[in-house]
Ligand binder design. Structure first.
Ligand SMILES: Cc1cc2nc3c(=O)[nH]c(=O)nc-3n(C[C@H](O)[C@H](O)[C@H](O)COP(=O)(O)OP(=O)(O)OC[C@H]3O[C@@H](n4cnc5c(N)ncnc54)[C@H](O)[C@@H]3O)c2cc1C
Length: 352
């Protein structure tokens, strides 16, 4: 449970029960995108930041991600995409863009994604920047390819970063239906195929000044990174909690033979609770510390992998059925470990 206590927890529970649970198998096996669930979360006020401090809305939204991830991490990942994009618009100094987009994004009328994996890796010295921006009258022309951007659709928007020159990168917010942008759906992954993931090719896409989130992307990334990372942690915590429950459900199988396995649910639960406590303490201070958040994010990735593996061992051949819940969580957890910042990226930043 933990994270942020939300006043609408019964509404959330009902939405998860009615609008998500019945579709989990379809999401996992038929690449079904739970768009209606996401829109209904917004409609119910789950993304509203009105009259709330950043700390309050962060913790509340992290709780929504966690509760969703307990049932379906794929959809919780889509939710993370939307919350990351919301962060870009909430924190921009471009008031015109904020006034135009923020109300619709918070109400779930417009859904959005984030193409920031590559720039996050660029700023950590892992790879070159994939998008280039050419200054023109009234904006920029953007070209290049982003291999994977999730939570997209014809009426969705997403945030991305493009290099103008060695010293300058811009961050912008673009609609998927803009001219010159080609999107190709990707559904051949081991898991999370219901995440509405597309390869996005930009061919001289005109981005007017009104869509610019920041003319100094390097500085802006520093500002948005703590929230970007925070929203990821409950993806792992939700999957871990669900794995522990699945282990507990089968503890009597074969005369309690599972008790002889080396990884028991109590150990996982203690580690999960410690992660929750660390998480709470991160948001008590005045400002958010990126390195501390990154450390909890890394520990959560390892804990999630341990929990899904333990769940596979405890569930035996029932878990080895292709689309069983333990197998889905195993596949989802490997994505969590490989979502930017990946475990190798975090190890480099924290211990390199
Ligand atoms: C299902 C899925 C959804 C994703 N959604 C998003 C998203 O919404 N936004 C976002 O910014 N990133 C997204 N990513 C990227 C993700 O966050 C990681 O960056 C990615 O998993 C690879 O990280 P890596 O550092 O291990 O790179 P590696 O796997 O080591 O690859 C290095 C680079 O090669 C390129 N590459 C790898 N695989 C392919 C491929 N199949 N086709 C073309 N190029 C490739 C990529 O640019 C990658 O950065 C998604 C990835 C997957 C698998």
């Amino acid at each position: 449970m933990e994270i942020g206590i939300i006043s609408q927890s019964s509404t959330l529970e009902k939405l998860i029960k009615d609008e998500l649970k019945p579709y989990v198998k379809q999401i996992d096996t038929e690449a079904y995108y739970a768009e209606i669930f996401l829109r209904k979360l917004g409609e119910a006020g789950m993304f509203s930041s009105a009259n709330k401090s950043q700390r309050d809305y962060l913790l509340e939204e992290m709780y929504v991600v966690q509760e969703t991830a307990k049932v379906c991490m794929t959809t919780a990942f889509c939710l993370w995409c939307h919350l990351a994009a919301l962060t870009y618009v909430r924190q921009t100094k471009n008031e015109k863009l904020k006034n135009k987009m923020l109300p619709s994004l918070e109400k779930g009328e417009i859904l959005a994604g984030t193409g920031l994996s590559n720039p996050m890796k660029y700023y950590a010295g892992l790879e070159k920047l994939y998008l280039q921006a050419k200054p023109v009258q009234g904006g920029y022309l953007i070209s290049g390819v982003l291999p994977s951007v999730s939570n997209l659709g014809s009426d969705h928007w997403f945030g991305c970063i493009a290099g103008v020159n060695e010293d300058k990168q811009i961050m912008c917010f673009v609609p998927c239906n803009t001219e010159g942008l080609k999107m190709k759906e990707k559904v051949d992954y081991l898991g999370i195929n219901g995440s509405a993931t597309y390869a996005c090719s930009f061919h001289d896409v005109f981005v007017p000044d009104e869509w610019i989130l920041s003319e100094n992307a390097e500085e802006y990334v520093e500002e948005i990174r703590p929230a970007f990372l925070s929203y990821q942690i409950p993806l792992g915590l939700g999957v871990t909690q669900a794995s522990i429950s699945s282990i507990e459900k089968v503890c009597q199988k074969q005369n309690g033979c599972n008790q002889f396995l080396t990884k028991q649910p109590e150990v996982l639960r203690t580690a999960e609770q410690q992660a929750q406590e660390k998480l709470q303490s991160l948001y008590k201070g005045e400002s958010l510390n990126f390195r501390e958040i990154a450390r909890v994010r890394l520990e959560t990735a390892y804990l999630t992998l341990e929990a899904v593996q333990a769940s596979m061992l405890h569930n035996g051949s029932a878990g080895y059925v292709k689309d069983s819940a333990p197998s889905r969580r195993l596949r989802e957890a490997y994505f969590f470990a490989n979502l930017t910042p990946t475990v190798k990226h975090l190890e480099k930043v924290l211990n390199g």
